[in-house]
Design a protein around this ligand. Sequence first.
Ligand code: AMP
Length: 295
Amino acid sequence: MDVVESSRTIYKRVQEERSVGRSVGFVPTMGGLHRGHEELVQQSVDDNNVTVVSIFLNPAQFDSDADYEAYPASRDEDVQTVEQAGADYVFYPEYEEMYTEGDSTTVRVKSSLTERFEGEYKEQFFDGVTRILTKLFNIIPSSKAYFGEKDLQQLVVVKRMVEDLKFPHEIVPVPTVRDQYGVAYSSRNRRLKDRDWETVRSVYDIFQGIKDTEHTTITSELDQVRNQIEQVGMDLEYLALISYPDFTPTTFQDEDAVCIMAGRVGEVRIKDNLPIHVESVRQLEKNRNPVSEHA
Ligand code: AMP
């Protein structure tokens, strides 16, 4: 596996690979890699001849310097994880490589989608994501790019951007990878204190319970879950039932209903989502578009 720091070099390599007919899959990450990221890489390795992983901790998508600085990523461990997962190239740029002096172009998905839920609590987040991905998609002209369903709103925003700006990348959703207690792997979970883990596991149990209850009225049921989650110690930001992919309010009867949730446990922000009637969002997309290979 090659570790490449220069955007020109990785661009040339990807072009060379594609010019001899090899398909290239791309997995963008911020480091602090875990089983969830590994799954994205493995999915790309299964689907393509060549896999490129980028590791870049993008300051533009953090609202606070403290959160950025505390982000748990280690270069050596991350490179090793990517290699073991079977990638061919890691693009590992320095800050100056991605944001040259005077950099002042932003890319914004201007819709209500970026203002609600994650957009409401993390104001810079989506602009930061679309700004860095525009650069990365230009540098790494892959055929497919892999994104986790764990960050569901991000997945929808990225798809919107790709469609609007006519990027050639096919966006492939990868189902959320969870630990034995059902908790979704997340880089930030490394910062959880021992005593917080119990809370996080209880939150997941309560959240998962939404799938099992009889769905009569949305309001009373969600209120009940909200109370339970707060009682076990999470500082809840939002819990809502939305229709995928519009993120508009919906009912439990909606086939595309997904319950979304975010909040804080100690210093760590936790976020999760659960499609109500199927296992994964990939399945929802398949129901919508049965001919697509991945959806
Ligand atoms: P990040 O490094 O947090 O920007 O994440 C890079 C990619 O990994 C994003 O597409 C995430 O949605 C995805 N990802 C993060 N956690 C998980 C998980 N537990 N399961 C599947 N994908 C994940």
